[in-house]
Design a protein around this ligand. Structure first.
Ligand code: URA
Length: 219
């Protein structure tokens, strides 16, 4: 995990060769939908595993078949809420839930309108009540303009005050991160990589194209 010095609370997984290899496969225009979805599941799982390194652990006693010894449990792993931003986050959530199997899962349908306004439409919102011990992980593979996530984060605030709110993405544009951080300085952002910039249509460059279209084979 690498700290991105441009903001506080922003981390990438550029130092993980495996995560970078999966990202390379996702970027490749020749990767088909099946491999693309599988790649997102893998990233959910491995980025979720990396996230556990930032979580509170507790020392416990365990009895092996031979004797007592000390062990650990990742306490925060038991209090995770995953918010799935439809639709591209579905495979990412599938991977995350393999690490956070106790997670309560919320679903938000938010889609971006057309340029130049990119207005966000939210059609479906199902978020569980949030407790002070919860870690909320908002899964959205592509952090582009940040507009969708800002709307989602505004909505999440209505359900309680969790211990941590994390945005977990695959790629982010610096513009999107800055906008989210401006409005939500406490929100932590973890991505495989922060890419260069947005194009005039709001796509991340070099990016991987439209994650939803590529994962589901349908525009
Ligand atoms: N959403 C995507 O799926 N891709 C981008 O590049 C930007 C937003």
């Amino acid at each position: 995990m690498k700290v991105d010095e441009r903001w506080s609370g922003v981390y990438s997984f550029e130092d993980s060769p495996f995560i970078m290899e999966v990202l390379t496969e996702l970027r490749d225009r020749n990767t088909d939908s099946i491999a693309f979805r599988k790649g997102l599941v893998k990233l959910g799982r491995y980025m979720g595993y990396e996230l556990t390194k930032t979580m509170e652990v507790e020392e416990v006693e365990v009895e092996t078949p031979l004797e007592k010894t000390k062990g650990v449990v990742v306490k925060d792993r038991r209090n995770v809420v995953i918010i799935t931003v439809l639709r591209a986050a579905i495979p990412l959530m599938e991977g995350l839930i393999k690490v956070f199997e106790h997670a309560r899962v919320g679903v938000v349908s938010a889609s971006r309108g057309k340029a130049p306004k990119f207005e966000i439409e939210m059609n479906y919102i199902k978020i569980p009540d949030l407790k002070p011990e919860d870690t909320v992980i908002v899964a959205d593979p592509m952090i582009a303009t940040g507009s969708t996530l800002i709307k989602v984060l505004e909505e999440i605030e209505k359900y309680g005050k969790p211990k941590r709110t994390i945005v977990l993405g695959v790629l982010a544009a610096p513009e999107g991160i800055s906008r989210i951080k401006e409005q939500f300085p406490e929100v932590e952002i973890f991505v495989a990589k922060v890419d260069r910039e947005l194009d005039e249509k709001g796509y991340i460059l070099p990016g991987l194209g439209d994650a939803g279209d590529r994962a589901f084979g349908a525009p």
